[in-house]
Design a binder for this molecule. Structure first.
Ligand code: SF4
Length: 489
């Protein structure tokens, strides 16, 4: 589904966040707020979305659809089926086990009926011991409905002997390992939880007498909710329909390891993460890059849109003029529903075009957020040279991506990551550019507000896709043959 409908050749060379979650309680027509929140979080997953609401008269109701929120959850007929003052929603890219081949049964939120009433859950992240748990649960009689690792949480809740749903969730989440931000709902409660390391984001907002939970603050902004605070790593928040909030700490305390790539690429630039504007962190990455890897040139151009804030920072720090040397066609994604081979071969040109009049004869610095396989970077370099650029210098706003992510981000297998088997100089030659430099890990940490850089003994963030230091052991993947970093690497 992903490939035919919503993906694009250009997008295949980016890491992709796999989910966004949103929930609201204590508002009239919760589904409308949930749909808006999901729309604001659409950058975190475009493959499918689902909403569950509860209404005392009709009980739990749900709708799950493939495609964009705006195409499904603006339909009055669909929204009419989702009454109630409490609701949660989920947008997904894909989950482990069904990449690009999602069945509607894999679309969250998932629902479970327990003796004390029903509960629905929406999960952002990836469980690193899901395969082991699934085997164990199936052996003990659980019948799985989906291929999603998130469904394990519902089955673990069903097996708990606790008397209420928040307690059962605590039991279940103590058994899972990996990265999870979860929003759940019962008939009368909205629940938000982050894993002990706080790998994926989750924020709390206030709207009138009601409350909202969202993956990012941009989901609060769209419904006019006030950002109150982040749900803290290892915290469970339970909000009742009378507006009472309780906070629990179900896990042993740990030093948090938030995903540093959220700062680089996944989150929207208008969101606030860890008290910092994502835009400002990205601009600061450009400043650090200009200090670490200066080069004489005539123009600094972003690879749109994600390279833009870093290119602005690079230009400000270096004094080299900023210019829109590459223009993005905003409407491309909707034009070719099923790209033919011929159109696929046009690749990047469908989405990006060079501003020839500006580029001709110039020494150009191109700022991009990351290099994954390198296929897109090569094509962009060709386009810039075709347009008559005198020199092309790449500056990359993240360190080399050399390791896959197992915490809720879709990454190619390790061999496909250019940086897993090439040095920086080899990558420069492969891309065919005059120079290529990545920001250092320390520079990235400084840009994210850690003045002293990365604490090697106790890193402040998860940076496994750059460093190979996985903060949670990826048990399922190691069982499947994944080789962890050796002492020599
Ligand atoms: S491995 Fe990379 S993308 Fe995945 S959580 Fe860690 S920093 Fe984020």
């Amino acid at each position: 589904m992903r490939d035919e409908q919503h993906s694009h050749p250009f997008d295949d060379d980016k890491l992709k966040e796999e989910c966004g979650i949103f929930g609201v309680i204590g508002v009239t027509d919760a589904a409308n707020f949930v749909a808006l929140g999901m729309h604001a979080l659409q950058h975190r997953g475009q493959e499918a979305g689902g909403i569950v609401t509860h209404d005392p008269a009709t009980g739990f109701n749900s709708a799950r659809r493939f495609g964009y929120v705006r195409d499904n959850f603006t339909d009055a007929e669909v929204m009419k089926t989702l009454p109630g003052s409490i609701g949660i929603g989920h947008v997904r890219y894909s989950t482990a086990g069904s990449k690009g081949n999602t069945a509607i049964r894999d679309v969250q939120p998932f629902f479970g009926e327990f003796s004390m009433g029903g509960a629905a859950i929406a999960h952002n992240g990836n469980l690193t011991n899901a395969a082991q748990l699934r085997r164990e649960l199936i052996e003990r009689g659980s019948i799985f409905q989906s291929s999603s690792d998130s469904e394990c949480i519902i089955h673990l809740m069903a097996r708990s002997i606790q008397r209420d749903i928040p307690e059962r969730m605590k039991d279940a989440l103590r058994r899972v390992e990996g990265a999870f931000s979860v929003i759940a709902m019962t008939r009368t409660k909205l629940i938000g939880v982050r894993d002990p390391l706080g790998v994926r984001p989750l924020v709390l907002g206030r709207i009138g007498d009601g409350w909202a939970l969202s993956s990012e603050t941009c989901g609060l902004d769209i419904i006019g909710a006030e950002f109150i605070r982040e749900v803290e790593p290892g915290e469970m928040i339970v909000i009742s329909d009378s507006g009472v909030i309780e906070s629990f700490r179900p896990f042993a305390p740990m030093k948090s390891r938030f995903c540093i790539f959220e700062h680089v690429y996944f989150s929207r630039p208008d969101s606030i993460l860890g008290g910092r504007s994502v835009y400002e962190t990205r601009r600061q990455i450009g400043v650090e890059l200009a200090r670490e890897a200066p080069v004489e040139a005539d123009l600094v151009c972003p690879v749109p849109d994600s390279g833009t804030p870093a290119a602005i920072g690079f230009s400000q720090e270096s004094g080299i003029p900023y210019a829109m040397g590459i223009i993005r066609n905003q409407y491309m994604g909707r034009t070719f529903i099923e790209p033919t081979e011929q159109i696929r071969n046009m690749g990047v040109r469908l989405k990006l075009n060079v501003n020839r009049a500006l580029i001709r004869g110039k020494r150009v610095i191109l700022v991009d957020d990351s290099v994954v396989r390198g296929t897109t970077s090569r094509k962009i370099k060709e386009m810039i040279l075709d347009a008559g650029a005198a020199e092309v210098h790449f500056r990359i706003a993240s360190p080399p991506t050399a390791w896959p992510c197992f915490y809720g981000v879709d990454t190619p297998d390790r061999e496909k990551l250019l940086a897993s088997h090439m040095t920086e100089d080899e990558m420069r030659d492969y891309l065919g550019v005059d120079s290529l430099r990545f920001i250092s890990l320390d520079g990235l940490y400084r840009a994210a507000g850690e003045a002293g850089g990365r604490d090697k003994a106790q890193p402040q963030y998860c940076d496994a896709c750059f460093s190979g230091d996985y903060p949670v052991f990826p048990a399922d993947m190691v069982e499947k043959g994944f080789q962890m970093k050796t002492a020599a690497e």
